[in-house]
Design a protein around this ligand. Structure first.
Ligand code: PAF
Length: 285
């Protein structure tokens, strides 16, 4: 596995590898867990060349967010990627990625102002800018992102369509612990008490799926059932429960008659956990 620290090294490495066939990119911020490795496995199955990036992108963190405490373990990450058969990894410094006088960024719209974007106003603009840069640096044929970060995936798919970026964006299903907790680099920062409570997010989504699959459910009734379940948590603060159109993230009302995405955000002290599920009513299957 080639490890590149500069754009120049990476472009040279890819120039040699590209002759083998399609390039699949897995962008990450490191501290890799089984969720990331599912992206790598999928990329490995679908491409001749697998590339990954490890870069904790400062522009997607707000002033009071967890950039300095974001977990990092570069040696372990490189070993995991090597073991998974990745061909080339880009692990640049912030100065290598961003010019000191950078004056251009990707401006995202509605999709990044709603939901998590209301809690983290600079987040999706930072993601869109760094992902565009990574697409330009790697020029991959396919790029892999977790469905767990559903809003991020939606923002990136829309950006790629709107800006005619020549890459196929692929969403990979969420990987979960045995008790249903979605894997996240943030989970290691949960206290034992919070960790024990955290699977309630997944349980709420299970409940919502059953209600919607049964037919006749309304946005209001499903939201109420979820909030009732979350109210029984011994700890944690509900930041948001949203039911939106699965594709456009437009707010929904009344009976659920088409695919919706249920998005949850629950804060356990300083750790914000999110989870999501797309659910489809019986008439729409
Ligand atoms: O999902 C992440 O890890 C990050 O938001 C991404 C896509 C690598 C951009 O920094």
């Amino acid at each position: 596995m080639l490890v590149c620290y500069t754009k120049h090294e990476l472009r040279n490495a890819l120039a040699g590898l590209r002759a083998k066939g399609a390039v699949g990119l897995v962008p990450t911020m490191g501290y890799l867990h089984a969720g990331h490795m599912a992206l790598v496995t999928r990329a490995r199955a679908e491409n001749e060349v697998v590339a990954a990036s490890i870069f904790v992108n400062p522009t997607q963190f707000g002033a009071n967010e967890d950039l300095s405490t974001y977990p990092r373990d570069i040696e372990q990450d490189l070993q995991k990627l090597r073991d998974a058969g990745v061909d080339v990894v880009f692990t640049p410094t912030v100065d290598e990625v961003y010019l000191p006088d950078a004056d251009t960024h990707v401006k995202t719209g509605y999709l990044s102002r709603v939901l998590i974007g209301r809690i983290r106003p600079v987040h999706f603009g930072g993601v869109a800018t760094v992902v565009t840069k990574l697409f330009n640096i790697f020029q991959p044929d396919r790029a892999y992102f977790g469905c767990k970060d559903y809003q991020q995936l939606t923002v990136i798919k829309k950006m790629v369509a709107d800006l005619d970026i020549p890459v196929k964006v692929i969403g990979v299903p969420t990987v979960r612990e045995a008790d249903g907790l979605a894997l996240s680099s943030r989970n290691v920062r949960l206290t034992p008490k919070n960790r024990a409570a955290a699977p309630v997010l997944c349980k709420s989504l299970d409940l919502a799926e059953v209600l919607v699959a049964g037919g006749g459910a309304t946005v209001h009734s499903v939201k109420k059932e979820i909030l009732d379940l979350l109210a029984g948590m011994p700890c944690g603060v509900v930041e948001s429960v949203d039911i939106r159109d699965a594709e456009t993230l437009a707010p929904m009302r009344g009976r659920i008659v088409s695919a919706v995405v249920i998005l949850l955000a629950v804060r356990f002290e300083s750790v914000l956990l999110i989870d999501q599920r797309v659910v489809t009513p019986p008439n729409n299957r």
